[in-house]
Design a protein around this ligand. Sequence first.
Ligand code: ZN
Length: 80
Amino acid sequence: MKKVYSTFSSFCCNLFGHHYSVSKKVTLHIKEYKCIHCGKEVTTDVSGNLSELTPELQEINSTLENLYQKRHGAAQQQVA
Ligand SMILES: [Zn+2]
């Protein structure tokens, strides 16, 4: 199966840059973003820059998210 669409999208991203939209709010300051064209995922790192979303950073983010939600759990409780 040829991945023509994703190849074309990456080509556009290379030309025009990625078009990120927030895919997940980790904390008030840290968010995960996903490119709407090629699906590339990035995240805000501790210094406020965008880094590629590696499995390591994904794990850090989910830890941060847990801490954040515990700390703010009283205000907004999630019902699973
Ligand atoms: Zn892209």
